[in-house]
Design a protein around this ligand. Structure first.
Ligand code: ADE
Length: 249
């Protein structure tokens, strides 16, 4: 997959592509990337890339021309062009799965009060929000989206890890422990040291149900659970006297 990022702040992008799993994916030839500073396409000595909004209002809007020249320089027409914005469609795991199927993706990083609407109309295929809050830079939102999708590209991480995640999709993850066995007077749960695989699996399922119930009860209400999962959940809810959640299931 090839990823192009159009930005006014290339220095915010490079560290992500030169670290950790992304660095390895690039070394293996699974991902390639370009960062384009679209100020290079702006006119005049000051290379002005933003201007005040028509109709008045606070802040600055990124101008159409430098962006369209930058987009044309990478032949963006007909390609998937993502613009992260708080007014876009909500980003989810299935959205990441859909984007991960593309051979090429182009990201436009906005700043200030956004970009000239005509760029959205002419080039953007996906306006995406990563959540109900406002960030100061589109770069951080682009990196969140790229991080979620590139790991789904074949070969980037092991298929076992992805499979485990997809099995656990309606529930949150169970807690993990590593050495030492005792830390700050807290011990690793005995069951994890027992070597008893069925008991470990049971404990992990209970923890996932508990975690989901406390952090994301909305996910439980919509989840399609197996008979065993339902039984364990009802038992946990009863034990914790979670009558409100119980009444919704
Ligand atoms: N830019 C600023 N805030 C954002 C958000 N919540 N999602 C995507 N892009 C953004």
């Amino acid at each position: 997959m090839h990823i192009t990022i159009l930005t006014l702040f290339p220095e915010m992008i490079h560290p992500f592509f030169t670290s950790s799993i992304m660095k390895r994916a690039i070394r293996k030839g699974l991902i390639s990337y370009d960062v384009i500073d679209f100020r290079d396409f702006a006119d005049g000595v000051h290379k002005k890339a933003d201007d005040i909004p028509y109709g008045g209002g606070a802040g600055m809007v990124i101008m159409a021309e430098p962006l369209s020249k930058a987009l044309d320089s990478v032949n963006a027409a007909g390609k998937r062009v993502v613009f992260p914005t708080p007014s876009g469609k909500l980003f989810t795991q299935s959205y990441a799965e859909d984007l991960a199927k593309e051979e090429e993706l182009i990201f436009i990083c906005g700043h200030y009060e956004g970009i000239d609407e005509r760029i959205s109309e002419l080039y953007v295929t996906d306006e995406i929000s990563i959540g109900d809050y406002v960030l100061s830079s589109g770069e951080t939102a682009s990196i969140v989206i790229i991080d979620a999708l590139y790991r789904l590209v074949d070969g980037v991480i092991s298929s076992e890890s992805l499979e485990e995640e997809s099995f656990s999709s309606p529930l949150l993850e169970y807690p993990q422990y590593t050495r030492p066995e005792r830390y700050c007077n807290k011990s690793v749960p005995d069951v994890l040291l027992s070597g008893h695989h069925r008991h470990i699996a049971q404990w992990r399922l209970d923890k996932r149900l508990e975690k989901t119930m406390h952090s994301r009860p909305d996910m439980l209400i919509n989840a399609s659970l197996s008979m065993d999962e339902r039984k364990r959940l009802l038992h946990i809810l009863d034990k914790e006297d979670q009558r409100w959640t119980l009444s919704k299931l």
